[in-house]
Design a protein around this ligand. Structure first.
Ligand SMILES: [Zn+2]
Ligand SMILES: [Zn+2]
Ligand SMILES: [Zn+2]
Length: 106
């Protein structure tokens, strides 16, 4: 004899007793909170992660990634002319600049 428990407004739970988590924005539900978090992020948050191609850096805003690139990576491969404010990302560019602009000096 198994009396049925009165149906209260109990939260839905799975076999392991985990509560069902629901998306605050739509009817999506999951027993795994991280699934809901991932759902919210992919469906409701239009902000995409910008990730750096050169390292593990991630930014939520594009300008953050840009400033990261500039501060961390571009510096390493930037060649500055010591005689003017010319800059080049390639060594050859700076060498050419030197010979074009500054080699006339004797
Ligand atoms: Zn949703
Ligand atoms: Zn990076
Ligand atoms: Zn120069």
């Amino acid at each position: 004899m198994a009396p049925t428990a009165p149906l209260e407004s109990t939260p839905k739970v799975d076999r392991e007793g985990k509560e069902l988590t629901s998306c605050p924005h739509c009817s999506f539900t999951s027993f795994k909170p991280y699934n809901v978090a991932a759902h919210v992020k992919s469906v409701h948050c239009k902000i995409r992660d910008f990730s750096c191609d050169l390292c593990d850096f991630k930014a939520s805003k594009k300008w953050n990634l840009r400033s990261h690139m500039k501060n961390v990576h571009e510096k390493l491969m930037e060649f500055n002319c010591k005689l003017c404010d010319f800059r080049s990302s390639e060594r050859e560019g700076l060498v050419k600049h030197y010979s074009d602009q500054h080699s006339k000096m004797k």
